[in-house]
Design a protein around this ligand. Sequence first.
Ligand SMILES: [Zn+2]
Length: 334
Amino acid sequence: MRTTLLVLLILYSIISIPNISLQASELEFDGDSAFSYLEAQCDFGTRPPGSENLTQCRGYIVDILRSFGWDVILQNFTYRDVDCANIVAHDSVSQNVSIILGAHYDTRPLADHDPNPENRDESVMGANDGASGTAVLMELARILPTQIRNKIELVFFDAEDSGSINGWQWIVGSNYYVDQMSPEIIANITMMILVDMVGDTNLRLQRELYSTRDLQNEVWSIAAHLGYDAIFQDSNGGYIIDDHHPFLNVGIPSLDIIHHDPFPATWHTIHDIPDRCNPDSLESVGRVLEYFITNTTGWTGEYEPNFVFPIELTLIGIFSVVAIITIAVYIRRK
Ligand SMILES: [Zn+2]
């Protein structure tokens, strides 16, 4: 009798092990769609903080997010007499935000790393440095399942990329954003994921070293599972000052997904244009995030290729078997 019970318990525990296996073909993030958002931002011209181009681009981003059903607010602030604004998007039905996805949408006012000194007074188009991360977030806004949107906040930071120009600091928008968070809100956030410079044709993502290692391990293992290990390289890069910093400083696990060590050749040059970017690069990062976010929030939706035996049924099954055996033993003894 004991042996039978043991066998039954083992059988139940085997079939109740969650076994979700998503394939890249089941993900919806579309690189071409994301690339169209990258190009559309660049169509406004270079977009440094306070510029008319950035104001128009901001309006475009807000309109697109609203068309996908998100509630959008502008978090306005002034820095060194320049009007700036972070764009914050929430689910329009309910909010129980635990995951923040971020990108900066401003571009660098000066191409101060251009190999040609004559170009260094020009501003940067920021197809990769600015538009690429923003485009990934916009495409996620389009395809993320409505069932999980209430857990997500999308934040597009202003004033990230003017550091060391005219006395400006780096990451001004994200610092302002975190300054405005209450302790209660901070306590509810389980993670922040930043995407920055993820559009280069030869995208190479090494591990950024300020990032929370456990979170990074999760995302990197998903990238390998989906076949993107040539892009998400399993090697340490460097320490990057980026918009994940203020979140780390208040204790929120944070990850920066960024092309660095070295930065792409177009970084802070006039050559940071859409021609040097690629839909496939955006798609690899977008799909890894889609997969990760969808699983992390506990919603599996259509993505259930393998049978998952619900834990409740498993417990009911075990209790029933025990009850039947107990009754059987009781009747026998009688
Ligand atoms: Zn930059």
